[in-house]
Ligand binder design. Structure first.
Ligand code: PMP
Length: 329
């Protein structure tokens, strides 16, 4: 089975993570974990050169995002996000009864910053976007943040480490910006559930106030210990993200030769459609060969499949299968 459908990392986490996991003192899990996640918060603050009061850690970035929706998106005006984007945003909006409005991406899948200059109760978008993989420039991000001083703008940087430029430097200028990242993709730790956000100290305190009001213990002890080790090993982090980027660029050329088109992804996936074979057929025929990619039967995106970048061997198996499927169509 080749699993290229949930944007996980195809490589193991940092070697120190395996060592720590193997030598874990199980007696320590009798105790509740540190509710402040102090060691991981400090490791992240050091790594990103911010104060520890600017960091909030959660159980995967889904937990952080969900908490941020609950904390910051509670006005009567609709929150704004792109029409084609991470599929959980409208789920949380509906769950928390937050009014929302989607802004259509343009024909080349880019955000039009002017769409985000209307009255709103908050803004969220991923950069790079999912499922397109397209990166918006820091100028575009800044234009949106600057135009909305009265609301919180959340930039979901789940895929930023695969060649994107983080909005972190903008935190010095804007106190309404919240940047969310995850250990699930570039740090190869989806199974540990570690996500975090960085923002102005006041925003982070509000998030903690909401979180502690109903659950004081979220991220578990092993995740905290192992997460610190993952942050420490920058060389390994650079090595695996570099390998994924190199594979992605190589596969773009192969896909082009096979007559696929796609936005120029800056993430660990490619959102591709074929000139002749419908995406649903590609998805089904790959599944028959035990190769899993992601397909949505939704407006605007129903003729594309999202393919996670795996190892070179996995991607060669995928492109061999695609060659067969497309040549026999
Ligand atoms: N944001 C985006 C854009 C994603 O694609 C994902 C992964 N599905 C997440 C957030 C959540 O990732 P996690 O909860 O594993 O950190």
């Amino acid at each position: 089975m080749i699993k290229l459908n949930t944007n996980e990392c195809p490589y193991p986490p940092a070697p120190g993570v395996a060592r720590l996991a193997a030598g874990m003192d199980c007696n320590a899990i009798r105790l509740y974990p540190d509710s402040n996640t102090a060691s991981l918060t400090c490791a992240l603050a050091d790594y990103y050169h911010v104060k520890k009061e600017q960091v909030f850690v959660g159980v995967g970035s889904d937990d952080v995002l969900s908490m941020a929706f609950l904390t910051f998106f509670n006005g009567s005006l609709p929150i704004l996000f792109p029409d084609v984007t991470y599929s959980f945003y409208d789920v949380w909006a509906k769950l928390y009864r937050i009014p929302y409005k989607t802004c259509p991406l343009d024909e080349s899948w880019h955000i039009n910053p002017n769409d985000y200059k209307q009255p709103n109760g908050g803004i969220i978008f991923p950069n790079p976007n999912a499922p397109t993989g397209l990166l918006e420039s820091l100028d575009t991000v800044e234009e949106i943040v600057k135009a909305n001083p009265g609301v919180v703008v959340i930039v979901d940087e789940a895929y930023i480490d695969f060649g994107g430029v983080s909005a972190l430097p903008l935190l010095e200028k804007y106190d309404n910006l919240l940047i969310v990242q995850t250990f699930s993709k570039s740090r190869a730790m989806a199974g540990m559930r570690i996500g975090f956000c960085i923002g102005n100290e006041r925003l982070i305190q509000y998030l903690k106030d909401v979180k502690f009001s109903f659950n004081s213990y979220t991220i578990n002890m092993p995740s905290q210990v192992i997460g610190v080790e993952a942050v420490r090993d920058e060389a390994y982090f650079k090595e695996i993200t570099g390998k994924i980027i190199a594979t992605r660029e190589r596969i773009k050329n192969v896909l082009r030769d096979l007559k696929f088109t796609f936005p120029d992804s800056c993430a660990n996936f490619i959102f591709a459609s074929h000139e002749a074979v419908p995406a649903k057929e590609i998805f089904t025929k790959l599944r028959e060969r035990d190769i899993y990619v992601r397909y949505w039967d939704k407006p605007r995106i129903s003729n594309s499949v999202r393919i996670t970048i795996g190892t070179d061997a996995q991607m060669d198996a995928l492109t061999d299968a695609l060659r067969e499927i497309c040549n026999n169509a």
